[in-house]
Design a protein around this ligand. Structure first.
Ligand code: BT5
Length: 258
């Protein structure tokens, strides 16, 4: 169970995930959250970069030291965190995002949030897990390579003509981790998505629709059918069900990023 959340904030760090790892090595307890105004080396998955321009976005990470969690349940924590971000954006701003499995939240077809879960093992067991969340809040523009597929809270509020309204980084950070605590404590009882699957699928981008699965060696079309109890994506290819595990596979809509 996750009980207490302790928030720390720094103006600039390399990566909030790496700062949490350092503290975990020093014996820090579960529930520490480190957030930063900007990251000089923000990380995406598999060596990709995450942009967090100064004071425009949220970069926040939490330390978890789940007792006796199985190794195979760890990737599911990303899926749980995605539900928390979606829920917080809905509660605070009425922005109804979709979850692009496994680790993005999208609004109007563009990415507003990315999640990176990392872990370390000791003596053959999971020692600690770091859940890192990046959310674009005040960003009005993005680097050229991502401009077509990125959005922010403020850009979405402008689209809805909500003049004078803006996101609030501290408030949103707090709301995300409060939601995370609620979903995580449901997840950790069974170490799977059985208590969350229904809500997850309601918010899954491309649910029941055609998607493109982009693996390293090939790419093919499939229909997204939902998730398994472990949080893996179920797709249908040639009338047969297939399970997509996290890793190096990307799932895209047929006509664009989502
Ligand atoms: C992710 O990876 O989306 C995980 C991002 C996790 C960032 C958080 S911030 C707090 C914590 N500390 C860290 O160092 N990391 C975590 P992936 O699915 O691999 O997507 C990365 C790709 O997203 C990049 O290659 C770009 O194409 C795109 N991208 C980079 N910055 C972006 C941004 N600010 N908004 C939207 N897309 C972005």
């Amino acid at each position: 169970m996750l009980d207490n959340i302790n928030f720390e904030y720094y103006d600039s760090v390399d990566s909030t995930n790496d700062r949490i790892k350092e503290r975990a090595h020093a014996g820090e307890k579960q529930g520490l959250v480190i957030s930063a105004g900007t990251q000089t080396a923000g990380k995406g998955r598999i060596g990709r970069k995450w942009e967090s321009p100064k004071h425009d976005s949220i970069a926040t990470s939490m330390l978890l030291t789940p007792q006796e969690i199985s190794l195979e349940a760890v990737p599911t924590i990303t899926v749980v965190a995605a539900m928390a971000v979606r829920d917080a954006l809905s509660r605070l701003y009425g922005l109804e995002g979709k979850i692009k499995w496994p680790n993005d939240i999208v609004l109007d077809g563009k990415k507003i949030c990315g999640i990176l879960t990392e872990m370390e093992m000791k003596d053959g067991a999971v020692w600690f897990v770091v859940v890192g969340i990046g959310v674009n809040v005040h960003n009005k523009s993005f680097d050229e390579e991502i401009a077509y597929k990125a959005t922010s809270v403020d850009l979405e509020l402008i689209k809805e003509n909500r003049i004078g309204e803006t996101g609030h980084r501290a408030e949103l950070t707090k709301a995300i981790w409060e939601s995370f605590k609620r979903y995580y404590n449901i997840f950790i009882k069974t170490q799977d998505m059985s208590g969350l699957k229904e809500e997850y699928e309601r918010n899954l981008a491309n649910f029941g629709e055609r998607v493109r699965i982009e693996a390293q060696e090939n790419s093919y079309e499939a229909i997204a059918k939902g998730i398994t109890a472990k949080g893996e994506l179920i797709v249908e290819v040639d009338k047969k069900e297939q399970i997509i595990r996290t890793g190096e596979v990307s799932v895209r809509g047929i006509y664009g990023y989502v």
